[in-house]
Design a protein around this ligand. Structure first.
Ligand code: SF4
Length: 377
């Protein structure tokens, strides 16, 4: 989920619930995961084969997917190998960085390092409330079905299908929530789950608006540091969404980096799920081809992005904050954060102006910032 109890620091939020790394699913373990399925699909109406008069005719026809059967995996140069001993190599080997890794690092490098080394602190009541609110928002537009996952290949297949379902829901119904995105950012694989995409209400623009809802325990407006962190999060989603649409998906790197078998035969359970959506795929590679075709039929997102802040007590709106995408600023942020993950620099502490963050930090007692100053957090 994309939520956070915005009164609390990002690493301690529930925002990674939707970004589960696939490595947690072992071959032996029959893990049950939830796969997003639109209400329409759940009612046995093939989401991908109807509504010619609606906004995305090209998406809604299965014929649009016929080209998918002939596509080859693109050749692309291999990604750089993470530096030995770097946090990337130690904690994200064969895994993607999550957007929440980026935002947590932006909040405080040192805190992120503590989380990686010692684990996340327990969720507070405020965080749980934020997580529940997001589940509620999701249920307004998404019906979940359970699919048994046996392998990393099946986990990715379901992620790609969830993207296809979400994209179709966006184009046919004008809104979707919790849609997964993936891409390469500055040489590193990154995943995230977009909180909400909605089509503009004017009915003219075809570019969807990226929205992220934060919940707050107290009826106060967020600080600039919290807004900046929120801006970074939503800009990451825009970057990943737009990149999927405008760039070639590096399939060969994807399979090799995540150590996946493109020809892996999906279970009957998953094939049945895919058939329900009006598609026919037997392998992970088949699903990826549908995914790529879908990506290339979608519009880029709007330059204007939206953060919503709600009060947890009654879900009332505290603030709607619109801001512009800033590609240069985002690139600087990516480089700054990734240099930490790649081991090119030491972790930084929070700035003097943002020392207040330390009073929310569960690692404050062990943090060298407190040893190096008489000021107590
Ligand atoms: S105490 Fe402050 S500087 Fe240290 S890890 Fe926590 S937030 Fe960062």
């Amino acid at each position: 989920m994309r939520s956070s109890a915005a009164d609390a620091p990002p690493p301690a939020t529930a925002s990674e619930i939707g970004d589960l790394p696939v490595e947690i699913v072992s071959d032996e373990e029959m893990a049950l995961i939830e796969a997003a399925l639109s209400a329409a699909a759940a009612a046995s109406r093939p989401v991908l084969s109807s509504a010619a008069a609606r906004r995305a005719v090209q998406l809604s026809s299965c014929a649009a997917y016929s080209a998918a059967s002939g596509g080859d995996i693109e050749d692309s140069p291999p990604l750089p190998t993470p530096r030995r001993g770097s946090l990337l190599a130690r904690f994200r080997d064969r895994r993607a960085l999550a957007v929440t890794d980026i935002t947590a690092t932006e909040w405080c490098d040192k805190q992120q390092e503590f989380v990686l080394e010692h684990g996340k602190p327990e969720m507070t009541q405020a965080m749980k409330a934020g997580s529940e609110r997001h589940a509620q928002l999701e249920q307004e537009v998404i019906e979940r079905v359970e699919v048994t996952i046996r392998s990393a290949e099946e986990s990715w297949a379901v992620k790609f299908m969830n993207f296809i379902v979400g994209a179709n829901q966006l184009m046919l119904e004008g809104i979707t929530r919790e849609i997964p995105v993936i891409g390469v950012v500055e040489g590193s694989w990154m995943i995230g789950v977009i909180d909400e995409l909605r089509m503009p209400p004017d009915g003219i623009s075809v570019h969807p608006i990226l929205v992220d809802t934060k919940t707050r325990y107290k009826p106060t407006v967020p600080s600039e540091a919290q807004k900046r962190n929120g801006r970074l999060q939503v800009m990451c989603y825009k970057y990943l969404w737009d990149n999927l649409i405008s760039e070639k998906f590096p399939a060969e790197n994807f399979f090799s980096y995540f150590d996946l078998d493109p020809g892996y035969l999906l279970s009957d359970d998953i094939k049945q799920y895919i058939r329900l959506l009006g598609l026919n795929a037997k392998t992970l590679e088949d699903v990826l081809k549908y995914f790529k075709v879908t990506c290339h039929t979608l519009p880029r997102s709007q330059e204007q992005l939206l953060l919503r802040y709600e009060l947890q007590a009654d879900n009332s709106l505290l603030e709607e904050y619109q801001f512009s995408y800033d590609a240069r600023w985002l690139k600087d942020q990516f480089q700054e954060v990734l240099s930490f993950w790649q081991g090119a620099r030491e972790p930084k502490f929070v700035s003097e102006e943002e020392r207040w963050k330390c009073s929310f930090c569960k690692f404050a007692n062990n943090c060298p910032i407190n040893a190096s100053t008489s000021r107590c957090c």
